[in-house]
Design a protein around this ligand. Structure first.
Ligand code: UDP
Length: 357
């Protein structure tokens, strides 16, 4: 793990952990809300690897204990099963609060619109309150969804977005927009040191098999040699960032002193129909493509402008889509082989994730 200085140079910090705690002779202490989710659990591993002690808070509505089960018994790690919209009480010092809790897939926030709104608003308020009380630095995992169905391309941080507040994605988009607003308010009014990342489509091992987002959906379909369900004509675009690139950028952002939102994502844009073909290649699948209606308010084009991330953090994605997809397919293959006897990955309202790891 490396520490970033403002000028973009890095130094190895594996021996001496970073953070305000380095002033005290103890390891830095991080709280990760949503730490049993896809990104939260990878961040937790990254922090532990870099010398942090980590407290994960997750209500397991869309998170999965299997993502953190390998940490059981590690004295530097603690798991608290709690909804972050409730008061967060923790004894002892906290140096960093990383707020990642939220449903993040369009079908999840369609199933859980009120919980999505609550975790983005009340949950962010509680997480900020914890950071303020502890004198900790606060990090908000925001999203490219704050740009809605964008009218400018690529999207830079100074674009204010084109969001339909009452559409099916409104609960997620507006919750995250509120989360950004309250984060800036805590920064301005209370002087809490805050960071905001706007995360563009990210993929990798540990994504939920039945998450509904395009990467898990296509990989599961391809591995079963079933048709890949391309929505619309598939000419809408996305750009996919491998999780390890994203986590590195997130860490660098927390350790720099930028309080304005920063985009992190892969600027290499492709059409969903081409992504479907890439998944078929990566899985050597016999699947064909079928076309289904485009969901309401599905953004037509999405690609991050990462000029700021490059300048502030010296960051850009390194993992090629082919390499990232191969690793992700391998992870999915392993997990699917364990759940296959359970027949079908049925999706139920607010379901727990299949015990698959
Ligand atoms: N998509 C698709 N087939 C699927 C799932 C998603 O064609 O089975 C499309 C979806 O319409 C969108 C893109 O893939 O244009 C990415 O969808 P995802 O749910 O991953 O997240 P989004 O980027 O829309 O938030």
């Amino acid at each position: 793990m490396r520490e970033m200085t403002r000028g973009g140079s890095m130094m190895n910090s594996r021996k001496k952990p970073v953070g305000s705690a380095s002033r005290h002779s103890r390891p830095p202490i991080s709280v990760v809300t949503g730490g049993a989710g896809f990104l939260g659990s990878h961040l937790t591993d990254f922090l532990l690897d870099g010398g942090h002690h980590v407290i994960v808070i997750d209500n397991l509505v869309t998170g999965n204990l299997a993502n953190i089960s390998h940490l059981a018994g590690d004295a530097r790690f603690r798991f608290i099963k709690q909804d972050v919209t409730e008061f967060l009480f923790l004894e002892g010092p906290v140096d960093y609060v990383w707020h990642f809790a939220s449903p993040a897939s369009p079908i999840d926030y369609a199933d859980l619109p009120i919980q999505t709104l609550k975790v983005g608003s009340l949950g962010t308020h509680k997480a900020l309150g914890l950071a303020k009380h502890k004198g900790a630095r606060f990090f908000l995992a925001s999203t490219s969804e704050v740009y809605g169905d964008p009218e400018i391309h690529p999207q830079s941080e100074d674009y204010w977005g084109n969001v339909n507040p009452v559409g099916p994605r409104g609960c997620y988009d507006e919750a995250k927009r509120f989360a950004e607003a309250i984060t800036m308010a805590y920064h301005r009014e209370h002087g809490v040191p805050t960071r905001i990342v706007r995360i563009f489509n990210t993929y990798g091992p540990r994504m939920r098999l039945n998450d509904g987002r395009v990467v898990p959906e296509f990989i599961c379909q391809a591995l079963a040699n079933k048709p890949l369900t391309v929505f619309g004509k598939g000419d809408q675009t996305r750009s996919f960032c491998y999780y390890s690139d994203l986590i590195e950028g997130i860490y660098r952002l927390m350790m720099c002193d930028e309080s304005n939102p920063v985009n992190l994502g892969n600027p290499s844009e492709l059409r969903i129909v081409d992504f479907a073909r890439a998944v078929i290649d990566a899985t050597a699948s016999r699947s064909r493509l079928v076309f289904r209606p485009l969901p309401q308010d599905d953004p037509k084009q999405r690609k991050p402008d990462i000029t700021n991330a490059r300048a502030l953090l010296g960051w850009e994605p390194r993992v090629d889509l082919k390499v990232g997809l191969a690793r992700t397919v391998e992870d999915f293959r392993g997990r699917l082989s364990q759940v296959r006897p359970v027949k079908k990955l049925a999706r139920k309202k607010s379901t727990q994730i299949p015990k698959s790891r």
